[in-house]
Design a protein around this ligand. Structure first.
Ligand SMILES: CC(C)(COP(=O)(O)OP(=O)(O)OC[C@H]1O[C@@H](n2cnc3c(N)ncnc32)[C@H](O)[C@@H]1OP(=O)(O)O)[C@@H](O)C(=O)NCCC(=O)NCCS
Length: 166
């Protein structure tokens, strides 16, 4: 059986993460190599990779902030990021096409949510396209409505998940 492992990113994962980002996201949506490197170096605690038999199949990266501005393009370069910020903003959730439809995003997301709760974060935010609202709802995210972001020339929905005990 294939061996799966989820761990924090390392700088040597850059090329594979960029490859996955480039083949999985359409056109302008994909982060550049420099942006991914910045995310690795700036907030590794918020950047996890899922390996299958030692090869990265997908990843989630993010930033933390005291003030959430989901339509900010600058935040994608982690301008305004503070590791002590209570709010986490997911920047990419991505699985290589060869591994899609096998539950990998679910494993990454559940692991990410647990890690952020352990780090004492209060909530997780993201923007997604309409067809993925149901997917994120499965992890407990609720829709906040249409985003002002026009990232990649597309229209986006905002979603959030509270990590605080009710
Ligand atoms: C979206 C993406 C991360 C899903 O990864 P995946 O590993 O194939 O997802 P999973 O197999 O874990 O599926 C999790 C659930 O979401 C659903 N789902 C997955 N992709 C979906 C899609 N494109 N549309 C609607 N539902 C989807 C699955 O049916 C599954 O539901 P289930 O638990 O009831 O079976 C992957 O398709 C991807 O990398 N796409 C390109 C990048 C992207 O768009 N990322 C999202 C940015 S907001």
């Amino acid at each position: 059986m294939a061996e799966e492992n989820i761990r924090i990113v390392r700088e040597q994962d850059l090329d594979r993460c960029f490859e996955i980002e480039s083949v999985s996201y359409a056109g302008d949506e994909a982060a550049t190599r420099d942006k991914i490197l910045k995310r690795i170096n700036t907030y590794p605690e918020g950047f996890i990779v899922l390996e299958i038999d030692g090869q990265i199949a997908g990843f989630i990266n993010s930033g933390a902030t005291h003030k959430v501005e989901l339509s900010s393009e600058e935040f994608k370069e982690l301008v305004g990021h503070d590791p002590g910020g209570k709010h986490v903003v997911i920047l990419s959730v991505v699985v290589h096409p060869a591994f899609q439809g096998k539950g990998m995003a679910s494993k990454l997301m559940n692991n990410f949510i647990d890690r952020m709760r352990t780090l004492g974060k209060s909530d997780i935010y993201l923007i997604c396209q309409t067809e993925l609202i149901d997917m994120y709802a499965k992890f407990g995210f609720t829709s906040l409505g249409v985003s002002e972001s026009d990232h990649g020339g597309l229209s986006w929905n905002e979603m959030s998940l509270s990590l605080e005990e009710t």
